[in-house]
Design a protein around this ligand. Structure first.
Ligand SMILES: NC(=O)c1ccc[n+]([C@@H]2O[C@H](COP(=O)([O-])OP(=O)(O)OC[C@H]3O[C@@H](n4cnc5c(N)ncnc54)[C@H](OP(=O)(O)O)[C@@H]3O)[C@@H](O)[C@H]2O)c1
Length: 309
Protein backbone atom coordinates (compact mmCIF):
# COMPACT_ATOMS: atom_id res chain seq x y z
CA UNK A 1 0.00 0.00 0.00
CA UNK A 2 1.34 3.48 -0.87
CA UNK A 3 2.22 5.92 1.90
CA UNK A 4 -0.85 8.05 1.25
CA UNK A 5 -3.54 5.49 0.42
CA UNK A 6 -6.52 6.45 -1.65
CA UNK A 7 -9.77 5.90 0.19
CA UNK A 8 -13.24 4.89 -0.95
CA UNK A 9 -16.34 5.31 1.22
CA UNK A 10 -19.66 3.49 0.85
CA UNK A 11 -22.62 4.57 3.02
CA UNK A 12 -23.22 8.23 3.87
CA UNK A 13 -26.01 7.96 6.41
CA UNK A 14 -26.02 9.70 9.79
CA UNK A 15 -22.70 8.10 10.72
CA UNK A 16 -20.96 7.63 7.39
CA UNK A 17 -21.33 11.25 6.32
CA UNK A 18 -19.74 12.62 9.49
CA UNK A 19 -16.97 10.00 9.45
CA UNK A 20 -16.04 10.51 5.80
CA UNK A 21 -15.92 14.27 6.38
CA UNK A 22 -13.40 13.72 9.15
CA UNK A 23 -11.07 11.92 6.73
CA UNK A 24 -11.53 14.69 4.17
CA UNK A 25 -10.83 17.39 6.77
CA UNK A 26 -7.61 15.55 7.60
CA UNK A 27 -6.49 15.85 3.99
CA UNK A 28 -7.28 12.33 2.78
CA UNK A 29 -8.07 11.55 -0.85
CA UNK A 30 -11.63 10.21 -0.49
CA UNK A 31 -14.07 9.08 -3.19
CA UNK A 32 -17.60 8.35 -2.03
CA UNK A 33 -20.73 6.52 -3.10
CA UNK A 34 -24.17 6.46 -1.50
CA UNK A 35 -27.31 4.61 -2.63
CA UNK A 36 -29.36 7.79 -2.28
CA UNK A 37 -27.08 9.94 -4.42
CA UNK A 38 -28.24 13.28 -2.97
CA UNK A 39 -26.66 12.42 0.39
CA UNK A 40 -23.21 12.52 -1.21
CA UNK A 41 -23.55 16.14 -2.36
CA UNK A 42 -22.76 17.75 1.05
CA UNK A 43 -19.32 16.10 0.92
CA UNK A 44 -18.29 17.90 -2.28
CA UNK A 45 -17.23 21.14 -0.56
CA UNK A 46 -14.85 19.07 1.58
CA UNK A 47 -13.12 17.74 -1.54
CA UNK A 48 -14.84 14.37 -1.93
CA UNK A 49 -15.03 12.87 -5.39
CA UNK A 50 -18.48 11.40 -5.95
CA UNK A 51 -18.57 8.24 -8.04
CA UNK A 52 -21.56 6.91 -9.95
CA UNK A 53 -21.29 3.27 -8.88
CA UNK A 54 -19.74 1.11 -6.18
CA UNK A 55 -17.32 -0.63 -8.62
CA UNK A 56 -15.82 2.81 -9.33
CA UNK A 57 -14.28 2.57 -5.85
CA UNK A 58 -12.58 -0.79 -6.45
CA UNK A 59 -9.30 0.84 -7.52
CA UNK A 60 -8.96 2.65 -4.18
CA UNK A 61 -6.40 1.30 -1.68
CA UNK A 62 -8.81 1.15 1.26
CA UNK A 63 -12.60 1.07 1.08
CA UNK A 64 -14.61 1.93 4.19
CA UNK A 65 -18.21 0.75 4.51
CA UNK A 66 -20.85 2.14 6.89
CA UNK A 67 -24.22 0.59 6.02
CA UNK A 68 -27.03 -0.85 8.14
CA UNK A 69 -26.98 -4.66 8.35
CA UNK A 70 -24.96 -7.73 7.35
CA UNK A 71 -27.15 -8.21 4.27
CA UNK A 72 -26.56 -4.62 3.21
CA UNK A 73 -22.81 -5.08 3.61
CA UNK A 74 -22.85 -8.26 1.51
CA UNK A 75 -24.93 -6.49 -1.11
CA UNK A 76 -22.62 -3.49 -1.45
CA UNK A 77 -19.53 -5.70 -1.64
CA UNK A 78 -20.45 -8.87 -3.49
CA UNK A 79 -23.74 -8.60 -5.35
CA UNK A 80 -24.30 -7.53 -8.95
CA UNK A 81 -23.28 -3.87 -9.17
CA UNK A 82 -21.34 -4.24 -5.92
CA UNK A 83 -17.81 -2.99 -5.18
CA UNK A 84 -16.14 -6.16 -6.48
CA UNK A 85 -18.45 -6.87 -9.40
CA UNK A 86 -16.04 -5.74 -12.13
CA UNK A 87 -12.96 -7.69 -11.07
CA UNK A 88 -10.86 -4.82 -9.67
CA UNK A 89 -10.23 -4.88 -5.93
CA UNK A 90 -8.93 -2.65 -3.15
CA UNK A 91 -6.15 -3.82 -0.79
CA UNK A 92 -8.41 -3.58 2.20
CA UNK A 93 -12.04 -3.23 3.26
CA UNK A 94 -12.77 -1.64 6.63
CA UNK A 95 -16.34 -2.09 7.80
CA UNK A 96 -17.62 0.19 10.56
CA UNK A 97 -21.30 -0.95 10.54
CA UNK A 98 -22.77 -2.76 13.56
CA UNK A 99 -23.28 -6.32 12.32
CA UNK A 100 -23.23 -9.85 13.73
CA UNK A 101 -20.14 -11.90 14.43
CA UNK A 102 -21.33 -14.67 12.09
CA UNK A 103 -22.22 -12.25 9.28
CA UNK A 104 -18.83 -10.58 9.62
CA UNK A 105 -17.02 -13.93 9.54
CA UNK A 106 -18.80 -14.75 6.26
CA UNK A 107 -17.73 -11.42 4.79
CA UNK A 108 -14.14 -12.04 5.97
CA UNK A 109 -14.01 -15.48 4.37
CA UNK A 110 -15.21 -14.12 1.04
CA UNK A 111 -12.89 -11.08 1.07
CA UNK A 112 -9.85 -13.14 2.08
CA UNK A 113 -10.66 -15.68 -0.63
CA UNK A 114 -10.37 -12.78 -3.07
CA UNK A 115 -7.09 -11.62 -1.51
CA UNK A 116 -8.54 -8.54 0.20
CA UNK A 117 -7.64 -7.74 3.82
CA UNK A 118 -10.58 -7.08 6.12
CA UNK A 119 -10.75 -5.07 9.31
CA UNK A 120 -13.92 -4.74 11.38
CA UNK A 121 -13.95 -1.32 12.99
CA UNK A 122 -17.25 -0.60 14.74
CA UNK A 123 -17.58 2.72 16.53
CA UNK A 124 -19.03 4.16 19.73
CA UNK A 125 -20.90 7.45 19.35
CA UNK A 126 -23.51 9.02 17.08
CA UNK A 127 -23.35 11.40 14.12
CA UNK A 128 -22.89 14.44 16.34
CA UNK A 129 -20.22 12.67 18.38
CA UNK A 130 -18.51 11.79 15.09
CA UNK A 131 -18.66 15.43 13.92
CA UNK A 132 -17.15 16.52 17.22
CA UNK A 133 -14.25 14.06 16.73
CA UNK A 134 -15.24 12.09 19.82
CA UNK A 135 -15.98 8.66 18.35
CA UNK A 136 -14.08 5.70 19.70
CA UNK A 137 -13.15 2.96 17.27
CA UNK A 138 -12.49 -0.65 18.22
CA UNK A 139 -11.01 -2.93 15.57
CA UNK A 140 -10.17 -6.55 14.91
CA UNK A 141 -8.56 -8.46 12.06
CA UNK A 142 -4.96 -9.03 11.00
CA UNK A 143 -2.63 -6.89 13.14
CA UNK A 144 -0.55 -5.72 10.15
CA UNK A 145 -3.68 -4.51 8.34
CA UNK A 146 -4.83 -2.73 11.48
CA UNK A 147 -1.47 -0.97 11.76
CA UNK A 148 -1.74 0.10 8.09
CA UNK A 149 -5.20 1.62 8.57
CA UNK A 150 -4.67 2.86 12.12
CA UNK A 151 -3.76 6.48 11.18
CA UNK A 152 -7.12 6.76 9.36
CA UNK A 153 -9.07 5.16 12.20
CA UNK A 154 -7.37 7.70 14.47
CA UNK A 155 -8.75 10.53 12.31
CA UNK A 156 -12.29 9.29 12.94
CA UNK A 157 -12.32 10.04 16.64
CA UNK A 158 -10.58 10.28 19.99
CA UNK A 159 -9.37 6.69 20.36
CA UNK A 160 -8.74 3.55 18.35
CA UNK A 161 -7.93 0.15 19.74
CA UNK A 162 -7.12 -3.30 18.35
CA UNK A 163 -8.80 -6.16 20.21
CA UNK A 164 -7.32 -9.11 18.35
CA UNK A 165 -7.88 -11.25 15.27
CA UNK A 166 -11.14 -12.16 13.53
CA UNK A 167 -14.50 -10.80 14.60
CA UNK A 168 -13.70 -9.81 18.20
CA UNK A 169 -14.63 -6.19 17.52
CA UNK A 170 -18.13 -7.36 16.56
CA UNK A 171 -18.53 -8.97 19.95
CA UNK A 172 -17.34 -5.75 21.54
CA UNK A 173 -19.85 -3.65 19.59
CA UNK A 174 -22.71 -6.01 20.38
CA UNK A 175 -21.84 -5.85 24.09
CA UNK A 176 -21.47 -2.07 23.86
CA UNK A 177 -24.85 -1.55 22.22
CA UNK A 178 -26.56 -3.94 24.59
CA UNK A 179 -25.32 -1.75 27.43
CA UNK A 180 -26.31 1.34 25.42
CA UNK A 181 -29.89 0.02 25.30
CA UNK A 182 -29.98 -0.95 28.96
CA UNK A 183 -28.71 2.50 30.00
CA UNK A 184 -31.36 4.40 28.02
CA UNK A 185 -34.03 2.09 29.45
CA UNK A 186 -32.97 2.72 33.04
CA UNK A 187 -32.21 6.43 32.50
CA UNK A 188 -35.74 6.93 31.15
CA UNK A 189 -37.34 4.80 33.88
CA UNK A 190 -35.81 6.80 36.71
CA UNK A 191 -36.52 10.10 34.94
CA UNK A 192 -40.22 9.16 34.88
CA UNK A 193 -40.05 8.14 38.54
CA UNK A 194 -38.37 11.42 39.51
CA UNK A 195 -40.84 13.53 37.52
CA UNK A 196 -43.88 11.73 38.88
CA UNK A 197 -42.52 12.21 42.39
CA UNK A 198 -42.13 15.95 41.77
CA UNK A 199 -38.54 16.59 40.59
CA UNK A 200 -38.50 18.59 37.30
CA UNK A 201 -37.24 16.19 34.64
CA UNK A 202 -34.44 18.41 33.31
CA UNK A 203 -33.18 19.06 36.83
CA UNK A 204 -33.11 15.37 37.60
CA UNK A 205 -31.32 14.47 34.35
CA UNK A 206 -28.66 17.11 34.91
CA UNK A 207 -28.17 16.00 38.51
CA UNK A 208 -27.47 12.46 37.30
CA UNK A 209 -24.93 13.84 34.81
CA UNK A 210 -23.20 15.60 37.70
CA UNK A 211 -23.21 12.45 39.82
CA UNK A 212 -20.85 9.48 39.62
CA UNK A 213 -23.37 7.88 37.23
CA UNK A 214 -23.10 10.55 34.53
CA UNK A 215 -21.33 9.79 31.22
CA UNK A 216 -20.81 11.35 27.79
CA UNK A 217 -23.84 9.30 26.73
CA UNK A 218 -26.23 10.43 29.51
CA UNK A 219 -25.07 14.02 28.95
CA UNK A 220 -25.66 14.07 25.21
CA UNK A 221 -29.09 12.44 25.55
CA UNK A 222 -30.17 14.94 28.23
CA UNK A 223 -31.27 17.87 25.98
CA UNK A 224 -33.39 15.44 23.93
CA UNK A 225 -34.99 13.89 27.01
CA UNK A 226 -35.60 17.28 28.63
CA UNK A 227 -37.00 19.04 25.56
CA UNK A 228 -38.57 15.99 23.85
CA UNK A 229 -36.82 16.75 20.55
CA UNK A 230 -37.07 13.24 19.17
CA UNK A 231 -37.30 14.48 15.59
CA UNK A 232 -33.52 15.07 15.69
CA UNK A 233 -32.73 11.44 14.96
CA UNK A 234 -29.38 10.04 16.09
CA UNK A 235 -30.33 6.35 16.09
CA UNK A 236 -33.69 4.71 15.51
CA UNK A 237 -35.67 2.24 17.66
CA UNK A 238 -35.39 -0.25 14.79
CA UNK A 239 -31.57 -0.09 14.70
CA UNK A 240 -31.44 -0.44 18.49
CA UNK A 241 -33.73 -3.47 18.34
CA UNK A 242 -31.41 -5.00 15.73
CA UNK A 243 -28.48 -4.56 18.12
CA UNK A 244 -30.33 -5.91 21.16
CA UNK A 245 -31.32 -8.94 19.09
CA UNK A 246 -27.64 -9.41 18.22
CA UNK A 247 -26.86 -9.12 21.94
CA UNK A 248 -29.45 -11.71 22.91
CA UNK A 249 -28.27 -14.07 20.15
CA UNK A 250 -24.68 -13.75 21.35
CA UNK A 251 -25.82 -14.33 24.95
CA UNK A 252 -27.58 -17.50 23.84
CA UNK A 253 -24.68 -18.81 21.81
CA UNK A 254 -22.17 -18.18 24.63
CA UNK A 255 -24.53 -19.39 27.37
CA UNK A 256 -24.65 -16.05 29.22
CA UNK A 257 -27.88 -15.03 31.02
CA UNK A 258 -28.54 -11.27 30.51
CA UNK A 259 -31.76 -10.43 32.38
CA UNK A 260 -31.47 -6.63 32.12
CA UNK A 261 -30.76 -6.85 28.39
CA UNK A 262 -33.68 -9.24 27.87
CA UNK A 263 -36.13 -6.84 29.53
CA UNK A 264 -34.74 -3.93 27.52
CA UNK A 265 -35.07 -5.89 24.27
CA UNK A 266 -38.79 -6.39 24.93
CA UNK A 267 -39.25 -2.72 25.79
CA UNK A 268 -37.60 -1.60 22.53
CA UNK A 269 -39.54 -4.23 20.57
CA UNK A 270 -42.75 -2.67 21.96
CA UNK A 271 -41.55 0.75 20.84
CA UNK A 272 -40.93 -0.54 17.31
CA UNK A 273 -44.27 -2.40 17.39
CA UNK A 274 -46.08 0.82 18.24
CA UNK A 275 -44.81 2.24 14.97
CA UNK A 276 -42.01 4.53 16.11
CA UNK A 277 -39.89 4.90 13.01
CA UNK A 278 -37.67 7.67 11.75
CA UNK A 279 -37.58 9.11 15.26
CA UNK A 280 -34.85 9.11 17.89
CA UNK A 281 -34.79 6.02 20.11
CA UNK A 282 -34.94 8.29 23.20
CA UNK A 283 -38.69 8.53 22.44
CA UNK A 284 -38.73 5.50 24.73
CA UNK A 285 -39.14 8.08 27.54
CA UNK A 286 -42.61 9.03 26.27
CA UNK A 287 -43.85 5.44 26.23
CA UNK A 288 -42.44 4.69 29.68
CA UNK A 289 -44.15 7.83 30.99
CA UNK A 290 -47.45 6.72 29.45
CA UNK A 291 -47.07 3.39 31.26
CA UNK A 292 -46.90 5.42 34.47
CA UNK A 293 -49.94 7.55 33.55
CA UNK A 294 -47.75 10.60 33.00
CA UNK A 295 -48.05 12.94 30.02
CA UNK A 296 -44.80 14.74 29.37
CA UNK A 297 -44.31 18.30 28.15
CA UNK A 298 -41.07 19.77 26.81
CA UNK A 299 -38.98 21.53 29.45
CA UNK A 300 -37.94 24.13 26.84
CA UNK A 301 -34.61 24.75 28.53
CA UNK A 302 -31.16 25.22 27.07
CA UNK A 303 -28.93 22.39 28.16
CA UNK A 304 -25.48 21.59 26.81
CA UNK A 305 -25.02 18.14 25.30
CA UNK A 306 -21.34 18.32 26.26
CA UNK A 307 -20.23 17.82 22.64
CA UNK A 308 -19.19 21.36 21.83
CA UNK A 309 -15.66 21.40 20.51
N1 LIG B 1 -26.56 6.28 14.47
C1 LIG B 1 -25.79 5.91 15.47
O1 LIG B 1 -25.80 6.51 16.57
C2 LIG B 1 -24.83 4.75 15.30
C3 LIG B 1 -23.71 4.69 16.13
C4 LIG B 1 -22.79 3.67 15.95
C5 LIG B 1 -23.01 2.69 14.97
N2 LIG B 1 -24.14 2.77 14.20
C6 LIG B 1 -24.31 1.71 13.19
O2 LIG B 1 -23.77 2.25 11.98
C7 LIG B 1 -24.51 1.75 10.87
C8 LIG B 1 -25.08 2.94 10.11
O3 LIG B 1 -25.92 3.67 10.99
P1 LIG B 1 -26.54 5.09 10.59
O4 LIG B 1 -27.13 5.65 11.83
O5 LIG B 1 -25.56 5.90 9.79
O6 LIG B 1 -27.72 4.59 9.63
P2 LIG B 1 -28.46 5.38 8.45
O7 LIG B 1 -28.44 6.84 8.70
O8 LIG B 1 -29.76 4.66 8.28
O9 LIG B 1 -27.51 5.11 7.18
C9 LIG B 1 -27.38 3.85 6.61
C10 LIG B 1 -26.51 3.98 5.38
O10 LIG B 1 -26.38 2.71 4.77
C11 LIG B 1 -26.83 2.79 3.41
N3 LIG B 1 -27.42 1.50 3.05
C12 LIG B 1 -28.21 0.71 3.83
N4 LIG B 1 -28.55 -0.41 3.16
C13 LIG B 1 -27.95 -0.31 1.94
C14 LIG B 1 -27.91 -1.15 0.81
N5 LIG B 1 -28.56 -2.32 0.78
N6 LIG B 1 -27.21 -0.74 -0.26
C15 LIG B 1 -26.55 0.44 -0.24
N7 LIG B 1 -26.54 1.28 0.80
C16 LIG B 1 -27.23 0.91 1.88
C17 LIG B 1 -27.83 3.91 3.42
O11 LIG B 1 -28.05 4.39 2.12
P3 LIG B 1 -29.30 5.39 1.83
O12 LIG B 1 -28.85 6.75 2.24
O13 LIG B 1 -29.57 5.26 0.39
O14 LIG B 1 -30.47 4.89 2.67
C18 LIG B 1 -27.11 4.91 4.32
O15 LIG B 1 -26.06 5.54 3.64
C19 LIG B 1 -25.56 0.79 11.43
O16 LIG B 1 -25.06 -0.52 11.39
C20 LIG B 1 -25.73 1.28 12.86
O17 LIG B 1 -26.20 0.26 13.70
C21 LIG B 1 -25.03 3.79 14.31
Amino acid sequence: MSKQPTIGWIGLGRMGEAMAIRLLKNGCDVSVWNRTAAKAEPLKPYGAKIVAGKPDLADRDIVFTMVSTTDDLKEVLFEAGGLLSRGAKPDMVVDCSSISQEGSAGVRAELERRGIAYICAPVSGNGKVAKAGKLSVVASGPKASYEAVRPYLAMLGRSEMWLGEGELARVWKIAHNTMFGVIIQTFCEVAVLAEKAGIPRHVFLQSINNSVLGSMYTAYKTPTLANLTFDKVTFTPKLLLKDLDLGMAAAKSHGVPMPAAAATRESIAALVGRGYDNVDFAVLLVELAKNAGLELTPANVEISDGLES
